[in-house]
Design a protein around this ligand. Structure first.
Ligand SMILES: Nc1ncnc2c1ncn2[C@@H]1O[C@H](COP(=O)(O)OP(=O)(O)OP(=O)(O)O)[C@@H](O)[C@H]1O
Length: 263
């Protein structure tokens, strides 16, 4: 039976990510520096005081949750509520100011900005992306055709042998998602990738996310598309101003969020 709050299966609730009172603060240097002379800067260094130009953005405030194997967890909330920041921290790309994040295995973050080499062909990027995710050359060769077919890049011609700079933003995002989805992940985090593809690609992606869950991974999905969240996730975290407002079954949380945003 599933736990009504977390959605975890009672038979084998294996934790994959534990966030314990996590705070994340960005420090922005150089904004609105005011007194900008070299002498003033030197004085600040000598006195070890932060400059007037250092601004702090407290993006995530005391967030705690435990994610379990087999769950697909949606992250929702208005613009700037801290969703991407939280995922980056879980991926180990941002340090926590306070609190701790424990993960089982290496989480992979797939964002629409994931690095690809624009001057290289799609083909070469599949190779590089696969290697960057820890696949062997042999594994990539085996899965190459599956990745290209899944992305749908070649549906309208032989685009995979053209440089990535010739792709539309949707095509590039589809290829990135397809490379990441070709591997079985302990923890896969997807930031808005589904919003970029067309509806038929979104459906394929959603089906693949369901498969990844079955293969015992945990999937996190950041999206402003409530339909994608409903179709893919069994649990949702709702963030607002960096705080976790609600954590529970998808239907309950999305309904509360829609009620709030409809006002
Ligand atoms: N590199 C950065 N430097 C400073 N502040 C940042 C940086 N990135 C994000 N922020 C700030 O952190 C807060 C949370 O941003 P974040 O991108 O995590 O929100 P989000 O919920 O993912 O937003 P969206 O739905 O618009 O993608 C915002 O106030 C934002 O301005």
């Amino acid at each position: 039976m599933a736990d009504p709050k977390t959605g975890a299966q009672a038979s084998a609730p294996v934790p994959t990510v534990i966030a314990d009172d996590v705070h994340i603060v960005y420090r922005v240097y150089g904004g609105n520096t005011g007194r900008g002379s070299a002498t003033a800067a030197l004085n600040r260094i000598i006195k070890r005081t932060p400059g007037a130009g250092v601004r702090e953005v407290h993006a995530v405030r005391g967030v705690s949750f435990t994610a379990y194997r087999g769950q697909a967890i949606g992250l929702i909330g208005s613009n700037g509520s801290g969703k991407s920041t939280l995922l980056k921290a879980v991926a180990g790309l941002l340090p926590t100011e306070r609190g701790k994040i424990y993960t089982d295995g290496q989480p992979s973050l797939l964002g629409v900005n994931a690095a690809m080499m624009n001057d290289l062909t799609g083909e070469k990027n599949v190779m590089l992306g696969g290697l960057a995710m820890g696949m062997s050359r042999e594994q990539i060769r085996e899965r190459y055709q599956g990745i290209v077919d899944f992305s749908g890049i070649n549906e309208k011609g032989d685009f995979i042998t053209l440089p990535m700079r010739t792709y539309s933003s949707g095509m590039a995002a589809r290829l990135r998602f397809s490379i990441a989805a070709a591997k079985d992940h302990d923890v896969l985090m997807i930031d808005e990738a589904l919003a970029t593809g067309d509806r038929s690609f979104q459906k394929r992606s959603e089906a693949r996310i369901r498969e990844l869950r079955k293969e015992a991974g945990t999937v996190f999905l950041v999206s402003h598309n409530n339909r994608s969240i409903r179709d893919t996730c069994d649990r949702v975290l709702w963030l607002e101003r960096g705080e976790l407002l609600m954590d529970g079954p998808t239907d309950e949380v999305v309904r509360a969020y829609e009620k709030e945003t409809a006002r």
